[in-house]
Design a protein around this ligand. Sequence first.
Ligand SMILES: O=C(O)[C@@H](CO)OP(=O)(O)O
Length: 253
Amino acid sequence: MSQYKDYQLVIVRHGESEWNKLNLFTGWRDCRLSEKGVEEAKAAGVTLKNDGFEFDVAHCSLLTRANQTLYLALDQMDAVWTPVKKHWRLNERHYGALQGANKIEAVEKFGEAQVKIWRRSYDVPPPPVETSSADFPAHDRRYKDVDPAELPKSESLKDVLARVMPYWENAVLPDLKAGKRVIIAAHGNSLRALLKYLEGVSDNDIIDVDLPTGIPKAYRLTADWKAADAKFLGDPAELERRINAVKAQTKKA
Ligand SMILES: O=C(O)[C@@H](CO)OP(=O)(O)O
């Protein structure tokens, strides 16, 4: 019997993307997984299978890298048939005018402290893009049914939490309440927002939380749907290595 039989929810950040590899701020730009990211996603599926996980439904963002990760992981579990619900509210945080910028060059230009505030503070958003910019999501047909007033020009983690929560309440929670076992494939910062809520992390402590690429985190939930227990799956040394790789993105080699 799996030691995780009471764990109803798994979250997984996508595997390494082409832009993670190039060390660029990505946000809502739609890059694909790198070759390494593909392997990370497959390995996540193998881990989930070996740990005895099965899912009744999946939730995913509208960005390619999360969809690839979900599909590749489910494929390893012989479960690509799993119903998938997709929504922009699970997208990565919109990185505003930083989207497409190199993270080291941003540190050289604005200083490490400012870049850390933009990357990890709870409530300071990066500078916004104009609505005329190609980075404003209303220009992308996948968001054509979304009221442009709801679409971001830049987001702090607090802004991300505010737009993730309605999706949690209206789409994910009903599945959990129906007894379904749920996987959410999404992004470093949309999942940090959800983790902050589920685990009750303070505004201050969330600054030091980084999510690794492609390593599933499993939750056993309380009666009021918060985290009773949370565990990253797989090899602890690999987990540490991947978290450190995210932290190192703004450090000169
Ligand atoms: O660029 C981004 O969109 C995110 C996730 O890859 O980066 P960071 O970890 O710097 O918030």
